[in-house]
Design a protein around this ligand. Sequence first.
Ligand code: C2E
Ligand code: CA
Ligand code: CA
Length: 681
Amino acid sequence: MLFNTIKNTTSSISVIAICFVSLAILYFSIQEHEKLYFESVKGDLDALSENMSSDLVPMLAVQPDEFELATILLRLDPYDNVKYAFIYDDKWHPLQSYHGKALTQVKSKSYAQYEGVKTKLPGVYVDNDELVALKLVGDELFPLGYLRIVLDSSGPLNKSKQSLLKQVLPITLVLLIVVFAFLLWVQARLFFPLSRLSRIAQKIQKTHDYSLKINIKGKQEVTSLSTDLNFMMETINQETQKNKKYTNKLMEQQKAMERLANFDGLTGLPNRQFFMETLRLQLSKAKRENQNLVLMYFDLDGFKGVNDSFGHEVGDLVLLEVCNRCKSILREGDLISRLGGDEFLILLHNDPNELELLQLSERLVSGLNKPFHIRSWEVQIGVSIGIAQAQDSHFNVCEFFSNADFAMYRSKMAGRSRHTVFVPEMMEENKRRLLIANSIANAIKEDEFDIHYQGKVNSDAVVVGYEALIRWKSDTLGTISPAEFIPIAEQSGKILSITKWVIEKVCQELEQVLALHDNTIVVSLNLSAFDIKNIALVDYIKDTFTRYKVETSNIEFEVTESAYLDNFELANQFISQLREMGCSIALDDFGAGYSSLGYLTQIELNTLKIDKQFVDNLNVSVRSTLITKTIIEMAKQLNLKICAEGVETREQANFLISNGCHQLQGYFFSKPASLKTLLAN
Ligand code: C2E
Ligand code: CA
Ligand code: CA
């Protein structure tokens, strides 16, 4: 405490030094006083005893008279510090004694001391707090006697010292206080600028305001210190300003980088990385708390077609609008992210129940199914949704993600614009799908495929054509329906080899099929939506037809609506070329999935094939009946031929014929059969 500041240290040292010096002075004064005191008392005693001894000479020269001797000794009466006195004869026999005021106790030893005194030389000396004067009466050669006076030296000396202290101490104390006060005042004055500096430093520390100016007057050191400090502060201030600028710039850059790293540039939605990171965290949290999480994976249907037909700018605007629509449909807390392209992910908040999930999915599907009005264009797309639950994927992020992806793929396969919830059984199917996909190439090599032909009849039940349908009898997997392996081939990129195989095979067998009937008949081939995107296939078809000398008027190609959906322009180009070759075109499965009547006028068709589901429901559902009637009516207006597929009963056939359907196809008339069987009948 005392020495922790310069001020305290210097004050303490000064006070200690002053006290020490004062005490030293006091000590030496007392010493000096004692010396002087002794000297004066000794002098007085010497004079007095000298006087008394010379007065004793005449008395001791004769027979001494006790009374006279006593009178001499009584001269000591006025002196308070006389203890006792003795007058001895020349043989040291005491002749007379005197007891003074200072003698408090008669000590026999003191009296007896004269024995020892005999050996002492006359003079004045100090002996055990006593001042002793020993005088020779008479001459050294003829001593007459001795005079011994003993004074108390300590008592009076102490008294004298006390009285000295009494006089000196108050003055000393007052002086000390004055000196201390003066010292403190000087120090305070000297240190005042320093404490001001310290206060300013504290203020700067608190406010971080380095622009504060220090203006302190004081001794030269303080002034130069404050100038130096000002200089230093200015430098700090400049550096701080610079730093602030850099920091701001850095922070902006960091924010921009974070945005780039975590958010999609177009829609501003969290990107894949951010989403997957969040998903990972949420999954481990859900696992800990034993809760479920729901992930939605969605992919826009026909978006590529939008980009190809309207350009990327319109495509981008569609994506923005998709993002806005989704946001308005989703609940607060649902996290939507753009994975890239036309794929989005949604992490649903609060584990919604089945009904909520259904409602949300339906709202998304119908919300995105509504036309988008962008720059005077009306753009139509759809959405296929896959939904997965964390518990089904054992809270594994990769499994969770791929389950949702798989369910989405199922939605696409099931005809788009729908949602599919992943169930673990799907994984088993997936294994089979992989097996099928991997067996296709070998199946072609091993000639496991075959073509069956299903007849199409006119209203008079006369065969007017055949639809070529592929069949697969696998050595390892058994008989596999095209309804199963065609979509797998499409997804795994193996459809082209199948299509080529079918074209080749039909061309090979065409002559024999045609020969079955007298009238001109048409053989229909199915093309996958994936085939239509591959314009090079047209050349293959041309080549094969040339090789087999195929009359193109005997060939019809069946394509589905979905072929147009993805890329209208490309599909139309493909179809136009087939038409130019002389082949006819049928739109397959009409009314089944996604239907936009709008483009019917824009594509060059010959036939509309009404999907089996409407035929199935004829006379069962009023709505289906009405739709079928309308489709037939509309096709007539558009100058299209109508073929109804999946006709299984006479009633269906009658209804369709009476409503003006041109062609009928179905088990009621004939089941698909191999050429061998057909030839055999
Ligand atoms: P699709 O083009 O709609 O062919 C009609 C399907 O309905 C055929 O099934 C046919 O056997 C079946 N069918 C015809 N009439 C009836 C009926 O009265 N009742 C019932 N229940 N079914 C009937 P399939 O042969 O199993 O073919 C399924 C689908 O596989 C075809 O549907 C077609 O999309 C595709 N497919 C078949 N062969 C080929 C092919 O060579 N290439 C391509 N790309 N797809 C093919
Ligand atoms: Ca077909
Ligand atoms: Ca069909």
